[in-house]
Design a protein. Structure first.
Length: 269
C-alpha cells in the first residue's frame, strides 16, 4: 500500500521537487504517472473485486450544478477521470446518471493500450448500468455501439420485455437481486465473477449511497472543487444512512488551481 503523498501540484513541482511518481520538474504530469499513482492494488486474490468511486463535490457539498457534474469540474479533474476509466475493467453507473450525463461507450485510448494489454484487459472498460425499472433507451450508442457489450444490472423481477429488449440491443443482462431491487453487494460479486474485478463507479449519488450502505466501497477518489453553489443539489452519496460511520484513510492528495484531488481507502483495505 502506497504511503501518504504530500500535497502536490499536478503541473508544478512540490516543495521537495518530488512527487509520488518521481521529480515533477515544473511540468504537467504524464498519463503514465497518473496511472501509476492511481493503480489498483496488485496483490488481490483472483476474482476479488476492488470497488472505487470517482466523484466531485463543491466546498458546500454539492455533487452537481443544474443536474450535471461537469460545471463544477475542471480540465485536471477530467484527466484523472479519464485515467481512472482507463485503469478499470468496468465502469458502473446508475440509470439516472446515464440519462442525465448522456453516457456513451467507453473508448479505447492509445495512451493506455499497452498498460491494458499487459494487465490482460480489453481495449476499453465495459459500462454496467444499474437499474431496477429498466427505463433505458436501448437504441442509444451505449447499447448499440460499444467496443465491449454494455451490461445491464437489474433484479430478478425486472420486466421480461425490457430484459428481452436489452439483450436484443446487444447488452448483457446481469441479475443481481430479488424482485426489481439490485443488491449492491451481489452486483459487485456478479461483475467480479465475470472477471471484472477492477471496478469504478461514477454514481450518481443514489447508487454510491447504496454501495456505501452495503459496505462494499473500497476506495473514494473525491475531487473537491473550490466553488460554492448553495441551492439544494445532492451530496455525492444519498439514501439511507449507515448505523455507524465507516472510517477511511487518506491515501493520496494532489492539488491544482485550488482543486484538491483526494483518494481515500477503507481502513481495512
Amino acid at each position: 500500500m502506497r504511503s501518504l503523498f504530500p500535497v502536490t501540484d499536478l503541473t508544478t513541482s512540490s516543495s521537495t521537487g518530488e512527487g509520488p511518481c518521481g521529480p515533477l520538474a515544473d511540468r504537467e504530469w504524464s498519463l503514465d504517472e497518473l496511472a501509476d499513482a492511481y493503480a489498483y492494488p496488485a496483490d488481490l486474490p483472483a476474482k476479488t473485486p476492488w470497488l472505487r468511486a470517482n466523484m466531485v463535490s463543491t466546498l458546500d457539498g454539492a455533487a452537481q450544478h443544474d443536474g450535471r457534474s461537469q460545471p463544477i469540474s475542471c480540465a485536471a479533474d477530467m484527466r484523472i477521470f479519464g485515467t481512472l476509466r482507463a485503469l478499470a475493467d468496468v465502469v458502473i453507473a446508475g440509470a439516472e446518471t446515464v440519462r442525465l450525463e448522456g453516457y456513451r461507450p467507453a473508448r479505447a485510448r492509445e495512451a493506455f493500450a499497452a498498460r491494458r494489454a499487459a494487465a490482460g484487459q480489453g481495449p476499453a472498460p465495459a459500462v454496467a448500468v444499474v437499474t431496477g425499472s429498466m427505463d433505458l433507451d436501448f437504441s442509444l450508442p451505449l447499447f448499440t455501439e460499444p467496443l465491449v457489450p454494455t451490461l445491464v444490472v437489474t433484479g430478478a423481477g425486472a420486466s421480461a420485455d425490457r430484459i428481452a429488449a436489452a439483450r436484443k440491443a446487444g447488452a448483457e443482462v446481469v441479475i443481481a437481486g430479488d424482485g426489481t431491487r439490485v443488491d449492491p453487494a451481489r452486483a459487485v460479486r456478479e461483475l467480479a465473477d465475470r472477471g471484472l474485478t477492477r471496478q469504478l463507479t461514477e454514481g450518481g449519488p443514489g447508487l454510491l449511497g447504496q454501495f456505501v450502505a452495503g459496505g462494499v466501497l473500497d476506495e473514494l477518489c473525491l475531487t473537491v472543487s473550490p466553488m460554492l453553489t448553495a441551492g439544494d443539489a445532492q451530496r455525492i452519496a444519498g439514501g439511507p444512512g449507515v448505523a455507524v460511520p465507516e472510517r477511511f484513510f487518506l491515501a493520496s492528495l494532489l492539488e491544482e488551481a485550488g482543486f484538491l484531488f483526494t483518494r481515500y481507502r477503507r481502513t481495512d483495505g
